[in-house]
Design a binder for this molecule. Structure first.
Ligand SMILES: [Zn+2]
Length: 296
């Protein structure tokens, strides 16, 4: 009977979090997490729980009407945590699509985005074109493993942060804060969600004059009409420095921000070098939630 539950939960992984490449060790995690929601020795009850979970559909947000409030909360928490922390594969997730070449700064890159955000970006790009403004996407969804690779190269001093290598003998907090000027900690990036895009150029100087300044002025005037907001605006008390290129599709991202605030704690962040610094830095409060209040 236990085996059947495991296979049912594997189905959740596939349908909800879309992680078909999950290995034997990872399979244990959802089982443990969801166990309290389906804990029952009676076979019939167990069967009911199984069908309840099997009714989760590919949108990942619909749960069987038979679910009790407690079961619903538990399932939502598991789905949200996996999703919000980038622990899924956007390439096999039906909620995502691959961005077509003509919308990319680097057309050969394989970049995924939430379908709703892409539809609105296309509208925004067409409208901008009428005003002589060209908008293209540099980066969109970055899963946990991608962010981990970026972070750890900098943590180990293999790649420079703003021209300098992170000193290997510095305290963990100082090392993490130096990388955080330019990169998110794995598990904490809005790029995990598929709602956030980097537009045209990620060099701050690009946006200060010429074409970049014109593009920024256009985005400030019009992006909100299409649901996009500059989350890393100037003048916030803490968090990332200003990013004029990073725009978030708020109709989806607002809900993910709220869920993150509710479910993810600094202590949930682990699985990469320097993760221990998360709590000391208060990374959830200061970096994930330290965004432009107009985007909430
Ligand atoms: Zn970005």
């Amino acid at each position: 009977m236990k085996k059947r539950i495991v296979s049912g939960l594997g189905g959740i992984g596939l349908l909800v979090a879309c992680t078909p490449t999950v290995g034997p060790e990872e399979e244990q995690q959802p089982q443990e997490l969801i166990q309290p929601a389906i804990d029952s020795s009676a076979e019939k009850e167990e069967q009911d729980s199984l069908s309840l979970l099997e009714q989760l559909d590919s949108s990942g947000l619909r749960i069987s009407p038979k679910a009790s409030a407690a079961e619903r909360a538990k399932i939502m928490e598991i789905i949200s945590k996996e999703y919000l922390m980038g622990q899924f594969n956007p390439a096999t997730d039906q909620r995502f699509e691959r961005i077509e070449r003509q919308y990319l700064v680097y057309p050969e890159r394989k970049i995924f985005i939430r379908k709703e955000a892409m539809a609105k970006f296309k509208e925004m790009q067409a409208r901008a074109k009428e005003d002589g403004i060209a908008l293209k996407i540099m980066s969109a969804t970055r899963p946990f493993n991608v962010q981990k690779a970026i972070w750890e190269r900098k943590w180990r001093g293999e790649q420079r942060v703003n021209g300098k290598f992170v000193p290997q003998d510095a305290p963990q907090k100082a090392k993490a804060e130096q990388i955080l000027e330019w990169n998110s900690m794995p598990s904490t990036s809005r790029h995990h969600w598929g709602t956030d895009i980097d537009i045209n150029n990620i060099n701050p100087a690009y946006w200060l004059k010429g074409q970049g300044a014109k593009e920024y002025a256009w985005l400030v005037a019009h992006a909100a009409e299409f649901g996009f907001c500059q989350v890393y605006s100037a003048g916030r008390p803490y968090g990332y420095q200003e990013e004029k290129w990073h725009w978030s599709y708020i109709p989806l991202a607002k809900e993910f921000t709220n869920q993150y605030k509710k479910y993810i704690k600094d202590q949930d962040i682990h699985g990469f070098l320097g993760a221990e610094a998360a709590a000391e830095i208060e990374v959830v409060k200061k970096y994930v939630l330290g965004i432009n209040p107009d985007c909430l």
